[in-house]
Design a protein around this ligand. Structure first.
Ligand SMILES: N[C@@H](CCC(=O)N[C@@H](CS)C(=O)NCC(=O)O)C(=O)O
Length: 215
């Protein structure tokens, strides 16, 4: 059985939602930030990050994008991703990689600016530029949804939509600002919030409704 190392509202949300939508058995391991930062957990996830996913053979994989892509590819009949190897699957993987590299990673530049510059003024510069950079990437996805939606893959819902939903929750200056600026993303998030299979997981992460105010 898969084991999901999970922290409320952190990057394990997307794999958690995907596992719930797939309806496959898994063990959910709730963790505290302190446990994630422990040396013990770094033996599983060397950078001390969640998500991490334990596999049947005991190995553990990291990186949210790889975990989501793996889970959907391993369960191809659950309707959460295109047929592996198809052109649609290529677009699906491309979208996941786009979000992981250009939004999630850049969100982390803003969040952990002190890891990338020593001086507070330089850190502030990194934060501001990182936010502008990922806002542009959200705008690109908004344009895609507007022209070809309602989902990232057009008419077909996929785990890529769940990944985008997770990212919106962390947007700055706020989730609300993003949803107002990008109504096609807002519609997608509303749709996701109404999916019955996700109810318990959405509640567990406290994301049933968009957060008001600044993130
Ligand atoms: N590239 C990684 C990034 C994962 C990541 O940044 N996780 C954050 C939570 S959202 C984390 O575990 N941070 C550890 C900490 O704040 O100590 C992925 O996509 O999985």
């Amino acid at each position: 059985m898969y084991k999901l190392y999970n922290v409320r509202r952190w990057g394990s949300m997307a794999p958690h939602f995907v596992l719930e939508e797939l309806g496959v058995p898994y063990q959910n391991i709730w963790m505290t930030p302190e446990q994630v930062r422990s040396e013990e957990f770094k033996r599983l996830s060397p950078l001390g990050f969640v998500p991490a996913l334990g596999l049947d053979d005991g190995r553990v994989i990291i990186e949210s994008m790889a975990i989501v892509a793996f889970l959907t590819e391993a369960n191809p009949n659950r309707g959460m991703s295109p047929r592996p190897g198809s052109d649609d699957a290529a677009v699906y993987l491309s979208l996941l990689a786009f979000m992981s590299s250009n939004i999630y990673a850049v969100l982390n530049f803003a969040e952990f600016a002190e890891d990338y510059a020593s001086e507070p003024i330089a850190q502030q510069g990194i934060r501001e530029k990182a936010i502008l950079s990922y806002q542009r990437s959200f705008d690109i996805l908004h344009e895609r949804l507007t022209k070809e939606g309602p989902f990232l893959l057009g008419e077909t819902f996929s785990a890529a939509d769940l990944y985008l939903f997770m990212l919106t929750i962390w947007a700055k200056p706020s989730e609300r600002e993003l949803l107002e600026r990008c109504p096609a993303i807002a519609r997608l998030c509303d749709d996701i919030r109404g999916r019955p299979r996700l109810k318990a997981a959405l509640e567990a992460h406290g994301v049933m409704k968009p957060a008001s105010g600044t993130a």
